[in-house]
Design a protein around this ligand. Structure first.
Ligand code: G6P
Length: 744
């Protein structure tokens, strides 16, 4: 029996080492080359517009400077610019002397590999055109020598490993021969799941350990281009996002799932009115859907929503320039009470935010939460046209959805983003359905939070309450059969924001806002823009205004805080009380300090559309964001984006995720009323030059780390995971045929 097993096995392994190593080498080469081509395309997409503009303006020196900046990336060898008749007019320093202008590409781009100075170089040629006039071509050179080195190592590892395994096979006993195919593959897959150096491999069977180690090395090499792609500083915009989708996830169908819909139709005085909701989630996701297209499934909550959809409950949006499909899903009052008001907003919301409002968990709410999650899962299955869509699940309303979708669409790429904080395990343990919530979320391929801190809290919660394997180095969790990557992706906004396009200059905004609210010109203006939510610290900021006026009476009559706040979730007592508390605090400060028709606080409890909010931002000297706890807070980023005049001061709570990125804001503790008053004083008195420097730095941060960058990173990670899975499948297939040969 042993001889019957060992001999054929040795023969088969020898055969695989002989034929398989070059195969793996060429596979690796092909993968890397595709990656480098994609990088070239991304670089071209991000500079195409600038280069075209500079060519038209004949700004040669600026082109030189741009080339110099771009070629700082180590593998990007050189850039060159050719005239339509093939003269090389400009090139960066490392352009090889021997290389002339490549011929014009037959289509709009071409990739060739040339051997220059003893090494392979990828020559990517892109046609440049403006208004249908051919301007020449941009050539991007990448050094490909690293691919050869890596594919050599991949071959060596595979051949070495198979040789080792072949020798070891001589000692393999009849027991090994009886290893079932299923058990073996399972062990390899388990070992490969998020493998890393220095991890505890004691649980691995000695049979699979060497294979797992070697394959991990190959998989790690595959990660290198992603790291490089992230390192290149690209100007992320709708085009780069589209090209990531096209090149890295070809043919992928994009679906967004959220509770709040991006466009609400309400009936007001017999007329249908369109409203864009006050929701950071919608602000962030809507530009992505406009760029990528696809289907957005959400609760149709507007009073006129039903009258606007077709027979499939579909509506093409945005209304002025349709780019994607909104699928509205209807919920009964009972479902809304249990799932939305109850479990999501009286349970999960206070559980995840430290605002000292007690979470309430009721079994009846939980039942509705489960049922509504299932209803959305059904809608996803009904809408999906492919077996492997990219499903973007949003927020705490849908903790169970990822697992429900995974069970029915096992090949889907499910990216879940949790827009609010994640509590520590002790707080999380309050939730009676904590295991269900965790395992529901672990149906995701990727689970994103705003900060590393929230990722750690999540991993700690899984560690405490669920049986799973956590790889902290790679931030992955393996529970059951699926692996979830848990990573921070700080969310952001569209850059430049659509609402900015229609804005008048900042001084006109100053005048119009002051005129509208009866604030004398020359009065310093602070603004606050919020939903009436207890996490936003609205009453606290009013107390801070009181403290400012008490400590610095020179501001009496010379400063106003204009607070607009959209009523929200008003069926819940905690929200009604928040509004009453804020109104009482504003009245008390106004009563104490107001005089001669002037009041320090103007409170407008009304929803404002994005354009109006941007006008307020542009009119303000200070924007005040005093959240008691906030996942990110996009108001802070929108304020920065609205100030293309590079003026204005941001006062920002240290408990908002945004304070990690917007470090040039005046960072405050909203529980410390006196220091918040002092920060207001500092903001109002800040010299213009300092305001400008701070604002410039913050604008740089938000423009680079915009919403396309956020989505692009998640999609690149998702694409990488899909490729890893494919490699695992091919290893399985190889292993399967090797074992089959051994058995026969
Ligand atoms: C937060 C949540 C979003 C929600 C928004 C508005 O930003 O993370 O999911 O859409 O608040 O709240 P609402 O309940 O009105 O949708």
């Amino acid at each position: 029996m042993a001889i019957r097993f060992v001999l054929p096995l040795l023969l088969v392994l020898g055969g695989i080492a002989w034929g398989g190593a070059p195969l793996v080498g060429s596979l690796v080469e092909r993968w890397f080359r595709t990656d480098v081509e994609m990088r070239s395309q991304l670089v071209f997409n991000s500079i195409q517009e600038s280069v075209t503009g500079l060519v038209l303006a004949k700004a040669d020196r600026k082109i030189d400077a741009l080339f110099k900046h771009i070629t700082q990336d180590e593998r990007l060898l050189a850039l060159g610019l050719c005239t339509p008749d093939g003269h090389l007019t400009q090139r960066s320093t490392a352009w090889p002397k021997a290389l002339a202008c490549p011929p014009a590409p037959a289509l709009d781009h071409a990739f060739t590999v040339q051997h220059i100075d003893g090494g392979p170089v990828l020559v990517a040629t892109f046609a440049l055109a403006a208004d249908n006039t051919y301007l020449g071509r941009l050539v991007i050179l990448h050094d490909l020598r690293f691919i050869e080195r890596r594919s050599d190592s991949a071959e060596l590892y595979l051949a070495g490993f198979l040789a080792l395994l072949g020798l070891g096979a001589a000692g393999v006993t009849v027991v090994v021969a009886r290893l079932t195919l299923r058990g073996w593959i399972k062990a390899v897959r388990k070992g490969l799941a998020g493998g890393s150096d220095g991890r505890d491999d004691s649980a691995l069977s000695p049979d699979v350990e060497p294979l797992v180690r070697e394959m991990r090395k190959i998989l790690r090499n595959l990660d290198a281009p992603r790291v490089l792609a992230e390192a290149i500083r690209l100007d992320w915009g709708p085009d780069s996002l589209r090209s990531v989708l096209r090149d890295e996830l070809p043919g992928a169908e994009v679906m967004v799932i959220s509770n709040r819909e991006p466009y609400i139709h309400n009936l007001e005085d017999g007329k249908v009115m369109l409203q864009r909701p006050a929701s950071g989630l919608v602000t962030a996701l809507e530009p992505i859907m406009r760029a990528c297209g696809g289907t957005w499934i959400a609760h149709g909550s507007g009073s006129a929503d039903q009258s606007m959809v077709d027979e499939n409950d579909h509506l093409q949006v945005p209304p002025e320039a349709p780019a994607y499909t909104l699928r509205r899903l209807w919920l009964s009052d009972e479902e809304q009470d249990g799932y939305y008001y109850g479990f999501a907003n009286e349970g999960m919301w206070p559980l995840c935010h430290i605002a000292f409002v007690r979470p309430t968990f009721r079994a009846s709410d939980w039942e509705q939460y489960v049922a509504v999650n299932r209803k959305f899962a059904d809608a996803i299955i009904a809408e999906a046209r492919t077996p492997n869509p990219v499903v973007l699940v949003q927020d705490y309303h849908f903790a169970l959805l990822p697992k429900m979708v995974r069970e029915r669409l096992p090949e889907a790429t499910i990216i879940t983003f949790w827009h609010i904080p994640w509590p520590n395990p002790e707080v999380f343990s309050i939730c009676p359905w904590k295991e269900e919530i965790l395992s529901g979320l672990l149906g995701s391929s990727i689970l994103g939070f705003h900060t590393q801190f929230h990722c750690i809290n999540f991993l700690d919660s899984v560690d405490r309450f669920l049986e799973s394997h956590i790889d902290r180095e790679h931030s992955t969790v393996r529970a059951g059969n699926s692996t979830t990557l848990v990573r921070p992706y700080p969310i952001s906004i569209e850059w430049p924001p659509t609402a900015l396009a229609s804005q008048p200059p900042a001084d006109e905004c100053c005048e119009s806002v002051r005129r509208k609210y009866g604030i004398p010109i020359g009065t310093k203006l602070a603004v606050g823009v919020e939903r009436f939510d207890y996490t936003k610290g609205i009453a606290d900021r009013f107390h801070a205004v009181g403290s400012l006026l008490e400590a610095h009476p020179e501001w009496i009559g010379r400063f106003t805080l204009l607070q607009v706040a959209a009523p929200t979730r008003s069926r819940l007592a905690a929200y009604r009380e928040t509004q009453v508390e804020a109104e009482t605090a504003a009245a008390a400060v106004n009563e104490r300090f107001g005089r001669n028709g002037w009041v320090p606080i103007i409170l407008v409890p009304k929803h404002h559309e994005p354009e109006d909010v941007f006008t307020l931002f542009r009119a303000a000297d200070v924007c005040l964001v005093s959240s008691l706890h906030d996942g990110m807070n996009l108001v802070a980023k929108e304020f920065v984006a609205s100030r293309d005049d590079e003026d204005g001061v941001l006062v920002l709570s240290t408990f908002a995720g945004a304070s990690r990125e917007l470090q040039e804001a005046l960072i405050v503790n909203p529980y410390d009323i006196r220091s918040m008053g002092e920060a207001l004083h500092m903001g109002l008195s800040m010299p213009a030059e300092q305001r400008r420097e701070r604002m410039r730095l913050m604008r740089e941060m938000v423009s680079e780390h915009n919403i396309y960058f956020w989505a692009g990173r998640m999609l690149l990670d998702a694409a990488r995971m899909r490729k890893r899975r494919n490699i695992e499948y091919s290893i399985e297939a190889m292993t399967r045929s090797a074992i089959k040969a051994g058995d026969s």
